[in-house]
Ligand binder design. Structure first.
Ligand code: AGP
Length: 604
């Protein structure tokens, strides 16, 4: 998730922009930049890495008197983190910053290039400023050129654009990505992609809605809706609590990250779903040439995502798939063959065991792919190819949205390979693509379920442990649910295939043993139900998670009916994330920074 700031006023604009970007650092970024327009002259500064690098570049610059400025911190989605790819992006006399993904940027880029536009970056964003300047040639005003530009953009965007011919103006638009406009008693106008950037600078703000766009000057904001009707300005007071703003008002970063999974998954899917195929523009077409099996390798939650992928890759792409825990793989002298694609999964891209496993695979001559959330990380730089999960920075040590995006990328990869290998009918691929498109709505937290979990959590604070059980892809989900609980509540929990209970674990069954049972309607329901009944018959305390009522359960979380087990998977994932969080809250634990844990394990 990138950070955006904007300012119109008479104060020293560089400091205001950089301070605003600093308040957005928590969102994660790999490069940053500002552009200032004063007396029809632009000053532009961009730098890779942290804001200190940008400050050094802009050290000698100071604005005096009235100016307009825009700033941006970039979390790379298209194109490596380089100064050329950093925002603001420039035309001949205009600058733009953007958060989101322009889905049709390649088509626009080709059209504009053919008409003489000169692109210097690999980003989707750059098409915005060139398209604006293309329309500027014929439009009756810069504002008309801006509206014509918006009409051609597809995808998600929060945009600030400035152009030399209108020295006191910022053009803005919001579709899918957050944008807030604020004002204060000193007759200044400010913008931010999060109100964290505006706290202390504005006293009232407008949270723009999808389809909103407009034009802002020092003393006037004109706002329009998606039907091009002018909208009255309804400002709301701005909270003074920066940390709360960074958590978007949630109690913890983990809670915020659970609640933003819908928005994040929309980014993950953006530009990758066609009607009957999945398209990864970042994958070299020859990557799968000569490949007859896949080996996945990861740690922790990423390992659970890899386990899910073994079911999907073999089921959809009919390709032999295995999975390794990286810390084991490193030392077991594995037999590797060059017709195996080695896929590592990592949120951070820096986990030592996974990184060393990747090096082993490369040394053995295997083609390598990394599925990662951090561009320019060690693994991304080392692998032959990478697919970014676009989850934005994940501050909670207990991984949530990173897992959701990893599984959705792996699901897409299984369909991409199924299409390449012709192992699924086109109509089946199309059906599953339709399911993928609904993911952002499937993972939206159901407040009544969250409230039920908050109440329920008081019953699960003691006992001598938890079983999380499920079958098929719900077995790795059970493992993930158990890990979430262990990580933040410090209670003992194990994930198990539900069919394994009678092979020993059921000896533990008694009222003090809590079984969290995943009972999806569309995947082995009856088999799983009978396993749970065996536990219930031995007086284990059962909490069933299912769209179907289950009379043997002591507690039941009724999830929604879905047409497919993979949608049930994602909804049950959210339930497990919330359950572990609410239990940890009751125990008074530090949800975001659990004891003994680090966000990225960069040592063995
Ligand atoms: C998951 O909640 C944990 N934070 C941990 O298991 C994590 O998934 C593991 O350390 C792997 O990290 P990575 O995805 O950054 O490689």
């Amino acid at each position: 998730m990138c950070g955006i700031v904007g300012y119109i006023g008479t104060k020293p604009v560089k400091e205001i922009l950089i301070d605003g970007l600093r308040e957005l650092e928590y969102r994660g970024y790999d490069s940053a930049g500002i552009a200032v327009l004063q007396n029809h002259q632009f000053s532009l500064f961009k730098a890779v890495g942290k804001l200190i690098n940008l400050e050094e570049k802009a050290q000698k610059f100071e604005s005096t008197g009235f100016s307009v400025g825009i700033g941006h911190t970039r979390w790379a989605t298209h194109g490596k983190p380089t100064e050329l790819n950093a925002h603001p992006h420039v035309g001949s006399s205009s600058y733009v910053v953007h958060n989101g993904i322009i889905e049709n940027y390649q088509e626009l880029k080709s059209k504009l290039t053919a008409q003489g536009s000169h692109f210097i970056s690999q980003t989707d964003t750059e098409v915005i400023v060139h398209l604006f300047e293309f329309h500027l040639k014929t439009a009756s005003s810069p504002f008309e050129a801006f509206t014509k530009t918006l009409e051609e953009l597809e995808g998600a965007y929060a945009i600030l654009l400035v152009t030399a011919s209108v020295n006191d103006t910022i053009f803005f638009a919001k579709q899918g990505s957050p944008m807030i406009v604020g004002r204060n008693q000193e007759n200044e106008t400010l913008f931010g992609s999060s109100d964290a950037a505006l706290i202390g600078k504005c006293h009232e703000v407008i949270y723009l809605e999808d389809g909103h766009y407009g034009i802002a000057t020092a003393d006037k904001i004109s706002l329009y809706d998606k039907n091009n009707n002018q909208v009255d300005l309804h400002f709301t007071p701005l909270s003074e609590n920066k940390l709360s703003a960074q958590k978007d008002g949630h109690r913890f970063f983990m809670e915020k990250e659970i609640y933003e999974q819908g928005t994040v998954l929309a980014d993950t899917l953006m530009g990758r779903l066609r009607d009957e195929t999945v398209y990864f523009e970042e994958l070299p077409p020859e990557l799968f040439d000569g490949i007859h099996s896949i080996k996945l390798c990861a740690c922790g939650t990423s390992y659970h995502a890899a386990l899910v992928a073994t079911y999907l890759l073999e089921r959809h792409a009919k390709i032999q798939t295995s999975v390794e825990i990286a810390s084991e793989f490193r030392y077991r002298e594995p037999l590797l063959s060059p017709d195996t694609l080695f896929v590592v999964i990592s949120q951070s891209g820096e986990t030592a065991d996974t990184l060393e496993s990747l090096k082993m695979a490369k040394k053995a001559g295997l083609k390598t792919l990394v599925i990662c959330n951090v561009d320019n990380s060690s693994m991304v730089r080392l692998a032959d190819a990478s697919i970014l999960t676009r989850a934005g920075i994940e501050k909670g040590v207990a991984s949530t949205k990173a897992f959701a995006t990893q599984v959705s990328v792996l699901w897409m990869l299984s369909l991409h390979l199924a299409s390449e290998r012709k192992t699924l009918q086109e109509n089946e691929i199309a059906r599953q693509i339709k399911l993928l498109r609904t993911l952002p709505s499937v993972v939206v937290v159901d407040n009544s379920i969250h409230e039920q979990l908050r109440r329920l959590s008081k019953r699960y604070l003691h006992g001598h442990g938890f079983f999380f059980i499920g079958r098929d892809v719900f077995f790795p989900l059970a493992l993930e649910g158990a890990l979430k609980l262990k990580e933040i509540s410090y209670l003992h929990a194990e994930g198990y295939p539900s069919g394994e209970m009678k092979h020993g674990p059921i000896a533990l069954a008694d009222p003090e043993l809590f079984t969290i049972a995943l009972l999806p309607q569309h995947k082995l329901y009856d088999k799983t139900k009978s396993n749970v009944e065996e536990l219930s018959a031995r007086d284990s305390t059962i909490c069933s998670i299912s769209p179907l009522d289950f009379d043997k359960a002591d507690d039941h979380i009724r999830t929604h009916f879905h047409e497919d087990y993979m949608l049930e998977f994602f909804e049950m994932m959210v339930v497990l994330q919330l359950l572990s969080m609410e239990i940890a809250v009751r125990l008074g634990n530090d949800v975001d920074m659990p004891r003994n844990l680090a966000k990225s394990v960069t040592v063995e």
